[in-house]
Every structure is written in C-alpha cells, then in structure tokens.
Design a protein around this ligand. Structure first.
Ligand code: GLN
Length: 487
C-alpha cells in the first residue's frame, strides 16, 4: 500500500480494499521501522492519526449528500512550520520546542476538512532557513537515496519521508526553493504555487512576501489533488488572493501541441553541469515528442536574484522573528536578571547560528543609513527580475529550467560555508522574487541520485504546470523509482 499514489489510495478506499484505519496503521508502522534511519519526522501523532482514521472510516460508511471527498481517510504529513492545534509546532527550533499551537493553520484545516489523516510533523531547516535540513535543532534528515547525503531543504523531512514512502504525501513551504529543491534531490513532484494562491495563516512566517505553501507528492496528478484542497481565498491572510480555483485534475491530460517552452540562456550555458544538462536535454526531447517546442529566452537580471533574496528574506525574517522574545511563548532563559537579560538570553539560547546570522543581516539592511543602500536596492532588483520574467513569458508558455545545480550533496559538505549553501537555490529563488508558480518534476538519475527539471509559469498557471508534468509522467517512469532501502 505504501507504494500507492493518492489517486490509487482513493480508489482502494472507495472500493473497500482497505480501510483508513488499516492504511494509517500501515504507514505508522513504516514510520516506526524506518524513520530512525532518516530522522524525517519531528513528531509522530499516533493517537490523533488513529482517531482521525476512525472518523474517516465512519464517514465513509455514512456518506453525506455533500460533494465527493477523494482524499477522505488518506494519511499525510505536515511540515513542522504549520500550526497544528494541540500538537507541538517547533519550526525545528529550540525556540519553539515547547510550543503547542492553539489552532490549526489554514492549510491544515483545509486538508483536515477534506478528510485527510495527519500522521505527524516533518523535520526541516530551523525556521525554514537552509537548503539541506542541517540547521534543524533536531539534527538533519537523511536522503533515502543515500543516507550520507542531505535531502535538501528546507522541506527536507517532507521530501525524505515521501520518497521513502513513509507517507503518501506531505506539505511543504517554499520561500526561495524549499519545496522544489528537496523534491529534486529526493525524486518527488513538488509544486510552489503562485504567491497568494494558498493562505499563509498559521504558517510560521519567515519572509512573508516570499513564503508559499505547496504539495510534495509522487506524481503531478497527486499534486493536483492536494492543491485542490489547499488553494483558495482566506480572508484571514490579507495576501491571499480571491481568484477562482480551477479543477486541477480535469485538465491533466490536455494535449501539449504547440506548447512553447522557454529556455533561459542564462541557465543553459557552461556553468550548468554537463551530465545534468544531458538529462535535461532528454527531458526536453520527451516533451517535444509530446508536441512542445523550445524557444530561447533571456532573463537578463537573474544572476542578481541570489544577492537580492539574501537582503530581502533576512530583512523580513528579522522583523518576523522579533516576536520570539521569551515573554509570551516559546523558549525562555532560566533566571533572567531583568527584562533586557530575558530578551537577550532567550534569543541567544533559543535560536541557532543560521537564524542569528539572518537576523543580524536583516537588521543591518533595514537600519537607517543602510536601508537605501541595501533594502531599497534589493527591492529595485526584485522588480527588474519580475519584469524579466514577464518579458520572457511573452515569448513562451512555460519556462523550462534546471531545479538544482547538482544532485544531493554529502552531509556537512556546505554546512560551514553559507554562501555555497545559498547558491544551491540559484535556479529557484528568482521564481519566488517574482511570485510565480514553479514545479519540480523528476527527470532522471546521476550516480543513483535523482535529478529534477523545473517548469515555471505565469501567475495562476498551476493547471498548465500540472498538465505538462502529468503528460511527461505518463510517458516516463522516473517518478516511480523507490530508494532500495525503503521498497
Ligand atoms: N534556501 C533558501 C534559504 O535558506 C530558501 C529556503 C526556503 O525556501 N524556505 O533562505
């Protein structure tokens, strides 16, 4: 059962091949057996999962007149950045190690009302800052394809768990690549929707103008099912957009004839790894055989996206993380001498190194005297990058790009070198700065490690992204491969 897609599980539940309780026990058993090797989970919610599964089974026996619920009784994992009522929501930080959320995030509510069963909360980089899961207070998650390597980050636990089939799907969040990059390094389909498509309410804020939740699944068809439940307007998030949610599954099989794929010339040059480039070329030829055609495009300012991001994201983080002061919730230092001591020691002891680095960079960039030189400049670059994408989109329907510069790297490889780590997201970060949707689709292996391609669309083009990814997956088997330790 653990190899089944969401679509296949839905069918099995509908035909009473198995119950939600059986399914849930099966995945909980897999977690108990395999997670010690992976460290992909921070919390396993056994009792809650079994209770939600029982409710789903009862609901299936007494169906109400309301619309069909394809996800009813299917288990999933949530990234530990989403608030979950009565369950620890740590954001992989010592700061929130003792934090029990008093309410569910909008995404959690939506998937719960679709009938899904929460198995637990996944490991991640602390406050979603990182590309390898190594900044987690709970230690790194491991890549199921090679346990000595990183699963990517920041949604590394979600990626590792789904790739090892400890859950059929998971949620992630993507501020600069944190869904697409770990999906690429673990061989999954990972979608970062248009900014504003999914409510950020109850999702611990890192960089509010960039953060976006999305699904991490085996297939594009599954991503369509999850996105359907996650997307939609939420008045509680002022940046959630009131844009109709199309039926994402309905258009998965639309023909690709005439689809123009734009290849940014800034990505396809000598700096792209040669074997990576060969796999991407093969994927392109496959898409061409399905009716797509390639066009060259240019994103002239894209090389400025990493520097612009590493001013804007820390600036927003420094403001968002000021709420963790040891007073209202989260970590509080022992025996503070006075209020100042309480602030300083609670924050010094509660945050890890990377989070502190970002707070310092962000505070500096926002301080008077430097604001114009750094923050304002970075915002101007952001606008130029967004305009580049809009210009390019006049010549193509989707952009075709690598997702990552390399396959999964060894643990500790980049841990001491923040700039090397930041460069893991060169192909994904610009998409967040522009607020556009992007998807990672598995397209091959190098030395036994997964490689992904990235498709980027214009605003609200999730249906087209899923359609192209699905057609590709109907004709290839990369997304079906399972790491041999976890078959
Ligand atoms: N790796 C990037 C960072 O550390 C992106 C993280 C993310 O998307 N959450 O900021």
């Amino acid at each position: 059962m653990h190899t089944y897609t969401l679509a296949r599980l839905a069918q099995g539940l509908a035909q009473k091949e198995f119950s939600s309780s059986e399914l849930t026990r099966h995945f909980l058993q897999r977690i108990a057996t395999h997670d010690p090797q992976l460290n992909s989970l921070i919390s396993v919610t056994v009792d809650l999962a079994l209770q939600q599964a029982t409710e789903a089974d009862q609901q299936r026996q007494h169906p109400t007149a309301s619309s069909p619920q394809p996800l009813l009784g299917i288990p999933l994992l949530h990234k530990d950045i989403f608030c979950t009522q009565g369950v620890r929501t740590s954001c992989a930080s010592k700061m929130l190690d003792n934090f029990i959320a008093p309410y569910d995030a909008h995404v959690v509510q939506q998937l719960r009302s679709a009938g899904m069963v929460m198995l637990g909360k996944t490991n991640m980089d602390e406050f979603a800052m990182g590309s390898s899961n190594e900044t987690s207070y709970y230690g790194p998650a491991h890549n199921p394809w090679d346990l000595q390597r990183v699963p990517g980050g920041s949604s590394g636990g979600s990626a590792a768990a789904v790739a090892a089939r400890l859950a059929p799907a998971a949620t992630g969040t993507d501020t600069g690549g944190s869904i697409r990059q770990p999906a690429a390094l673990c061989g999954l389909t990972g979608l970062k929707p248009t900014y504003g498509r999914i409510s950020r309410w109850g999702m611990v804020a890192f960089a509010s103008s960039l953060d976006q939740a999305g699904p991490m699944t085996q297939t594009a068809a599954d991503a369509a099912l999850l996105l359907q439940a996650m997307a939609g307007h939420d008045p509680k998030d002022s940046t959630s957009v009131n844009e109709p949610v199309p039926d994402y599954s309905a258009t998965l099989n639309a023909p690709l004839k005439g689809l123009r794929l734009g290849l940014p010339k800034e990505f396809f040059n000598d700096s792209l790894d040669a074997s990576m480039s060969q796999l991407l070329e093969a994927a392109l030829q496959e898409l061409e055989s399905l009716g797509a055609q390639r066009v060259e495009i240019s994103l002239p300012h894209i090389d400025l996206s990493v520097p612009a991001y590493y001013v804007i994201a820390p600036a927003e983080a420094s403001s968002n993380l000021s709420r963790f002061d040891g007073v209202r919730y989260g970590y509080r230092c022992a025996h503070p001498n006075d209020l100042y001591d309480l602030y300083v020691r609670s924050r010094s002891e509660g945050f890890g190194t990377e989070v502190k680095r970002r707070i310092m960079i962000g505070t500096y960039a926002l301080s008077s005297g430097y604001f114009d030189a750094y923050y304002r400049k970075a915002q101007q670059l952001r606008r130029l990058i967004q305009q580049d994408f809009m210009q390019a989109m006049q010549h193509c329907d989707l952009i075709f790009a690598p997702t990552t510069p390399s396959t999964a790297f060894p643990l500790n490889d980049k841990k001491q070198d923040p700039v090397a780590m930041y460069l893991s997201d060169v192909y994904t970060i610009g998409v967040n700065l522009a607020g556009l949707p992007g998807i990672n689709v598995p397209c091959g292996f190098l030395n036994g490690l997964p490689v992904g391609m990235q498709l980027v669309g214009t605003y609200w083009s999730e249906a087209l992204l899923l359609n192209v990814a699905h057609r590709y997956q109907q004709n290839t088997a990369w997304h079906q491969a399972i790491p041999s330790l976890f078959c």
